[in-house]
Write a protein that binds this ligand. Structure first.
Ligand code: SAM
Length: 236
């Protein structure tokens, strides 16, 4: 008989160190504001329009989507693994709750956790949202299983992601970056993922998939210019 192999999860302190990307968090929180000013805010609005009920956002970063949730979303649970971004997301949520402008009525709760193992009950939400997250989730298949688990039957999965380019040369360049420097420089982000196909292959029914380029006007080669917004559902 061979020896029994027992695999143990690494201690919590090690896991937290692996999830912390403080340099990237500070850089991204500034870039995100600039991207929204440069037109990304309108795509966020399209991503979120029409949502209602109880929603989970995975990887909210510094909370750039929060302001754009429709009033019909009664509760938002935002699951953010990176400690610096989680603190910024909490600040964004607090800022909205104390705002005197009637921007929205959504109750926002920011918690720690990862897409591959979410601290949420099965069939507990009406929609799951991700934006610019599935590029850096280490295990997409595990994340899709979790989205499936926490959604109620017929619940919506909305995603806005940068994806593999449709141009062959550009896609080759993206794959080369993914295999070398990009993941370690950009918080684990990969630019050549075919996320739309992966969502469909994971058993979601896609109702709408639209591609767009962002930034729309590009002066230098940008490996993350090809984007898509997808609306999908867990079968009822
Ligand atoms: C480029 S930022 C996007 C932030 C935000 N969603 C936005 O649209 O501005 C990538 C986000 O994905 C998060 N992320 C990376 N790996 C993750 C995982 N395994 N589970 C959940 N979130 C993850 C990061 O912590 C970060 O907040």
């Amino acid at each position: 008989m061979g020896e029994e192999v027992v695999t143990q999860a690494p201690p919590a302190s090690t896991q937290n160190r692996r999830r912390a990307h403080p340099w990237f968090a500070k850089y991204y929180s500034r870039v995100a504001v600039a991207m929204d000013r440069g037109g990304l805010a309108e795509y966020r609005r399209r991503l979120l329009e029409g949502l209602s009920g109880e929603v989970v956002e995975i990887g909210p970063g510094n909370g750039m989507n929060f302001r754009q949730y429709p009033r019909e979303v009664t509760r938002l649970v935002a699951v953010e693994p990176e400690p610096t971004l989680r603190a910024l997301a909490r600040q964004a949520a607090d800022g909205l709750s104390q705002s005197t402008e009637p921007v929205q009525t959504t109750k926002i709760e920011v918690i720690g956790g990862v897409a591959e193992r979410m601290p949420l009950a099965a069939a507990s939400c009406d929609a799951v949202v991700v934006s610019l997250v599935l590029c850096s989730v280490p295990d997409q298949q595990a994340a899709f299983r979790e989205v499936h688990r926490i959604l109620r039957p017929g619940g919506e999965f909305r995603f806005m992601e940068h994806v593999r380019s449709q141009g062959r040369a550009a896609a080759w360049g993206q794959r080369a970056l993914d295999a070398t420097i990009r993941p370690s420089l950009c918080g684990g982000c990969r630019c050549a993922r075919e996320t739309g196909e992966a969502v469909a292959a994971a058993g979601f029914e896609i109702s709408e998939l639209s591609r767009f380029r962002f930034p729309a006007r590009i002066y230098l080669p940008t490996p993350t210019a090809s984007h898509m917004i997808g609306y999908a559902r867990k079968p009822a």
